[in-house]
Design a protein around this ligand. Sequence first.
Ligand code: PMV
Length: 317
Amino acid sequence: MKHIVTAKAPVNIALIKYWGKEDEAKVIPYTGSLSLSVSELYTVTTIKHSSHGFSFTLNGKKASKADALKIKKFLSHFAQEHELEDISVISENTGPTASGAASSASGFAALAKAANTFFETNFENEILASITRLGSGSACRSLFGGLVVWEKTGEVYTIREDGFDFIMVFALLTHQRKSISSKQAMKNTVSTSPYYEAWVSKTTQDLIAMKHAIHVEDLRTIGELTQSSALAMHASMLSATPPTLFLTHHSLEIIHGIMDLQRHGEFAYPTMDAGMHVKILTNAQSLPKVLETLDAFKVKDIIVTHPEKGAHILYEE
Ligand code: PMV
């Protein structure tokens, strides 16, 4: 066991969304997904020895008992129960936690990366990814950099390191925590949406089309598939019982504004996750127009992000 290990992991935003588990316990998705790991939004996590029993501190505050237990349970994949008694875990997120800015993905990726070194388990990528996704499915994609594929089979890999120098703009609309977790919303969609089967077949085809578009560098198709995957995912939630409605008038206003830019030839495509925020896939050339459009709406925070490498160790001793 090491004395202290610090790891950093990026947030990732899916261009082809993951929405639904075939196996809840092992977190096996119904479909593969594809994301972009981004800079500027990330988690830095330190694991170290402490003499005060297990503790978990998130953004400077001691976490609730329930959250600490969740982290302890996750770490038990790397260590025995008794080894966890005198450990403290300190995590810092940039950006709001649990409101759809994907902080749980960077959080569990940073924790898994740090734990793998701290407890000297040194699991290979595939095993590390299979543990990481138990914390949060999408977290396994944050282990890798650039454009990343998470196959239904469990394989996770970078398909394009430089991520085409895309820019992902986060239009964050609230600092409040979301009212329903992605886990709950996802489960509800799988079990009640009449569109779920259609979602699975569309996503399976979209992932193939997306890989091809990346291979032939067809940027427009990458943008169109990105937009379509997010809207279809929200359609599946809207058709569930009870419906999950993350979209607000504010999200829709922004989506309309961004779609207008497309009609004027700009490279700008909206995507959304399990929250009201809108993220825009764009490039350096179209960025000024995107920012100008967002200026017209009351956006709480605008964060401009670029492709980033995957989770890595910052410090170990
Ligand atoms: O990682 P989870 O279990 O919170 O699921 C997140 C799913 C979405 O963010 C909505 C889509 C995705 O692929 O990241």
